[in-house]
Design a protein around this ligand. Structure first.
Ligand SMILES: O=C(O)C(=O)C[C@]1(C(=O)O)C=C[C@@H](O)C=C1
Length: 303
């Protein structure tokens, strides 16, 4: 039976995402950190891992960026986008709540609500929203900001539901496997890479230009320090399109020439189903016709 590791423990938003991406009969395996979810796939202990990648309010999840960049390559084969509204669970009377724990991304999305309803409480970072609920059960914290499903696993008092400073917040999750042939293109795909840049003037501008001249639309650009010298960064880029498409393959080949290293993180269908727009001169046939023309010249065969 295929096993999917997910960022747990039971009752996280990631468990919900993993459930929506799993096939029938897949076993969901909770692990405590994002790094250990990816480590279990790399080691072959599980077949896939589900982790959060970005939130519409708080941005990228740094632990996921680092776990994708370090270690053996893994590639995304699918994504899910979930609405994120929180439930506040407690084991105390409201007046006695002194500490509220959750994942830092979750705390950041309910800061306004906490200031209004629990102004006396100190905020404590936990490894995940569900880990905060476990902490409340153990008496380590007085309240936890969790995913709505957490209450089915951790029978605590529900202090509030539907809590969100930004009502339409969503988080995007990836399903990752050991590298294999990407799923076939659908016309509404995303390609994800990490570009390790040389320390050279305009290096990032050159990379972005390679995408721009091929009419490729970026859907995300995030920087993370390489943890080497101060000022050295790697860039996480998501773009509309699939590596099977000529303009994407051609652009990635150009980045391979320009960057210190490019890590391919997958081409997979977009959860929002938005089709890629292809400019008038960057369709697959434009590239094939152009390549045939060059080949003909090289063969002394110019029409
Ligand atoms: O802790 C969880 O429940 C998670 O799945 C992690 C996570 C995140 O990393 O952003 C997922 C969605 C919410 O934005 C808050 C926390």
């Amino acid at each position: 039976m295929p096993r999917i590791a997910y960022f747990g423990p039971q009752g996280t938003f990631t468990e919900q995402a993993a459930g929506s991406l799993a096939g029938q009969g897949d076993e969901l395996v909770p692990v405590d950190t994002i790094a250990s979810a990816l480590a279990s796939v790399r080691a072959g202990e599980t077949d896939a891992a589900c982790v959060p990648v970005e939130n519409s309010v708080e941005g990228a999840v740094p632990a996921t960026m680092d776990a994708l960049a370090d270690g053996e390559p893994v590639t995304a084969v699918a994504e899910a986008v979930l609405p994120v509204r929180f439930t506040v669970l407690t084991g105390q009377d409201t007046e006695q709540i002194r500490t509220v724990a959750s994942h830092p991304h979750a705390l950041a999305q309910v800061r306004g609500w906490l200031a209004e309803h629990l102004p006396q409480a100190q905020l404590v970072a936990s490894t995940s929203t569900a880990a905060a609920a476990v902490g409340v059960q153990r008496g380590e914290f007085d309240a936890a900001v969790t995913a709505p499903v957490a209450v089915t696993h951790y029978p605590l008092r529900v202090l509030a539901t539907d809590v969100a400073d930004v009502p339409d917040a969503v988080t995007r999750f990836l399903l990752l496997r050991r590298p294999a042939t990407p799923p076939p293109p659908t016309g509404a795909d995303r390609t994800s890479i990490i570009a390790f840049m040389p320390d050279r003037t305009a290096a990032l501008a050159e990379v972005l230009n390679e995408l721009a001249v091929r009419g490729i639309s970026l859907t995300r650009l995030d920087a993370r320090p390489t943890k080497g010298r101060l000022g050295e960064y790697r860039f996480h880029l998501d773009m509309a399109g699939h590596i099977a498409e000529q303009r994407i393959g051609d652009a990635l080949a150009a980045l391979h020439r320009r960057c210190t290293n490019v890590r391919f993180l997958g081409s997979f269908p977009r959860a929002d189903g938005v089709p890629s727009t292809v400019s008038a001169t960057a369709g697959d046939t434009d590239f094939v016709t152009a390549a045939d023309w060059v080949a003909a010249i090289r063969n002394g065969d110019q029409a």
